[in-house]
Design a protein around this ligand. Structure first.
Ligand code: MN
Length: 378
């Protein structure tokens, strides 16, 4: 049974009054261009397809069933969340919100879990459609939007071709993959063509959260721990470490990964990871010894974003452990408060050079944004 909240999460309820906050942050100081790098959108076709398969998720994807609320009874008369309408607006309304928060540009990505729960044929069609729509929005507002391609790991050869099309023909800036696909991870052999394509194009892959995989989600279900409260970080950090320990970065030196939410906890753990790798952990399935300690691979191949983590102590630790070149600003619009993200980070008293890297220079480098819209400071 699909309840009202489920429909809402799927983005089906149209025409709702948006609850945008009118009072805004001050515009960026001259020369400081705030680029938010993990900003969600959805298209009606993906929302409808998602709503259609929700009843299957309770057995097939129990974590995602919990995220969408289909695993438990609901009253059916809950107020729609304020972000529903915002998710499907990739035009004037979104730009007004960006202006209110003092954000010059959003790097857009198809909202999690994107196309990854569909059978391959539908995932192929929807990914192309989403990428075409995204490219249309960027063409219309080239100084306000950039974006990452949705690609379906269910068909790795197609996903690699679609990434190529998205970057070379549509002008998109990388790929978004919402962590596991049916319980499988990108270090597994069938997905190598995707990683090879990303490396060849020098296009980063943003590994965005979704609920923990079916193999891992059990203990997260009892207290609704599957989402941003903890499960997302466990899922993505495990995915990132699998990639590191697989040795793929020695094989593909140009492969670059972005992860959000202040690195999903990894910066805090780097020393412990190195210590236990040196003691013999982090090996298996025929993986070759790594050329460097895992922390060095993380620093060289990963960039993290602040999405939803605007906390001074965590940001300072990340800047200290990774360096100021490896942390980018993200607001996680529309699920988190973009105005609060900007005002909290502005209030930390960071050095101007660090702030410039955090807010725009790193994003310009990682997503190659300088060719378009640069210098159009808002
Ligand atoms: Mn997000």
């Amino acid at each position: 049974m699909i309840n009202r909240r489920t429909l809402i999460r799927g983005g089906l309820v149209a025409g709702l009054a948006s609850q945008r906050i009118l009072a805004g942050n001050a515009p960026s100081p001259p020369g400081l261009r705030r680029i938010a790098t993990e900003e969600g959108f959805n298209i009606p076709e993906v929302a409808r397809a998602t709503a259609r398969i929700l009843p299957e998720l309770v057995s097939r994807e129990p974590g995602e069933a919990a995220v969408f609320g289909v695993d438990r009874p609901r009253s059916g008369d809950e107020a729609p969340p304020p972000w529903l309408h915002q998710l499907s607006d990739i035009g004037a309304g979104r730009i007004a919100d960006m202006d209110g928060a003092g954000i010059a540009m959003q790097v857009l990505l198809l909202s999690s879990p994107g196309v990854q729960m569909f059978e391959a044929g539908e995932a192929r069609e929807l990914s192309q459609l989403a990428n075409d729509r995204l490219a249309d929005a960027i063409r219309k507002y080239p100084d306000r939007f950039a974006g990452l391609a949705a690609i379906p790991p269910q068909d790795p050869a197609f996903a690699a071709r679609e990434l190529e099309r998205a970057v070379s023909k549509l002008g998109l800036n990388g790929a978004i993959i919402n962590s596991h696909t049916g319980g499988h991870y990108l270090d597994e052999a069938p997905y190598l063509p995707i990683l090879e394509a990303a490396a060849a194009l020098e296009a980063p892959i943003y590994i965005h959260p979704r609920a923990p995989s079916p193999q891992m989600v059990g203990p997260y279900l009892d207290y609704q721990m599957v989402g941003a409260i903890w499960g997302y970080a466990v899922e993505v950090s495990a995915h990132a470490l699998r990639l590191i320990f697989s040795g793929v970065f020695d094989r593909l030196p140009k492969l670059r990964i972005v992860i959000g939410h202040m690195g999903e906890g990894i910066p805090f753990f780097l020393d412990r990871i190195d210590t236990h790798y040196a003691a013999g952990a982090g090996r298996g399935r025929g993986s070759k010894p790594l050329s460097r300690p895992p922390s060095e691979i993380f620093r060289d191949h990963f960039t993290i974003t602040t999405s939803g983590m605007n906390w001074g102590p965590a940001l300072r630790l990340s800047l200290e452990t990774l360096g100021p070149e490896r942390v980018m600003f993200a607001a996680d619009y529309p699920f988190e408060n973009a105005r609060a993200a900007v005002s909290r980070i502005d209030a930390l008293g960071l050095e101007p050079d660090t702030l410039a890297k955090l807010y725009h220079r790193n994003a310009e480098r990682v997503f190659r944004l300088t060719a378009r819209g640069a210098g159009q400071a808002k």
